[in-house]
Design a protein around this ligand. Sequence first.
Ligand code: SF4
Length: 302
Amino acid sequence: MIDSTLDPLEERVSADCLTRKLLFRLADGKTIESALILSVDSRTGRERRTVCVSSQVGCNIGCPFCATGQQGFERNLSPDEIVRQVHFFVERFGNTTGLEKGKNRGWLTNVVFMGMGEPLANYENTRQAIAMLNSPKGLGMGIHQITLSTSGLVPQIRQLTEEGLQYQLAVSLHAANDKLRDELVPINRKYPLEHLISACKEYSRKTGRSIFIEYALFDKINDSVNDAESLVKLLAGLKCSINLITGNPTGSSFKPSSREIALVFQKILMASGIRTMLRVSRGADIEAGCGQLRSRWSTSQT
Ligand code: SF4
């Protein structure tokens, strides 16, 4: 049996204490990141406790604004290695000790596959990990509490659709035309927007679920009025809501958009009838952007 031990190497807590990021060493010496994020649900006012997990060591999608994308791909995580990231936070910060007693059920409200890696490129292990989180013998999490974030692997989205899996799907779009998206999310060269949006529509039709569109706003790159209007046109007919993020980019040519620009962008989307949330960038003071902590740690070891 594969050793799926996670050894915490470094822990960072944001100044507002709402984001906690962990760097773990795996049994083979490789490292991954996970985070616990506390927030309040804007609709219900209830507290949300979300664990963000990694699905791979590194990533081969190569988004230029992402530290993980610049580290390259090393290997897939096993289902156990994915689930253990969640258990670590629940055991350590949950209301009581001992998952086995089932006392921490309900403490964790959400799991998001938005850490290092492209979860749909590790399809089978991700599927098994979700089944484990979902199982009454595990944390018994509802399938709707788990969000799978993808850069847009069209064949795998179609596979999810065929298999009738009801995951909450989030698509990291970041651009509304192929020319720009080819640069920001290079997998777009293989699966352009027309195919991606069509696969999302099919998934939404079959599952009845709305798709989350993730759009990180970068200063003077994808945040113009024209970009917002193109996005409205692109998403016409797709049941979706949009998360705008003024993120934690790492590439030197990427700066987060200002709040004023982000608000204008949001207004245009909302005027078209698309539910649009503007997310406050979390944990910038603790290198909470995907892969940033690991990147610094690796550099310090050389
Ligand atoms: S943003 Fe996501 S898909 Fe893109 S390189 Fe980073 S981890 Fe991979």
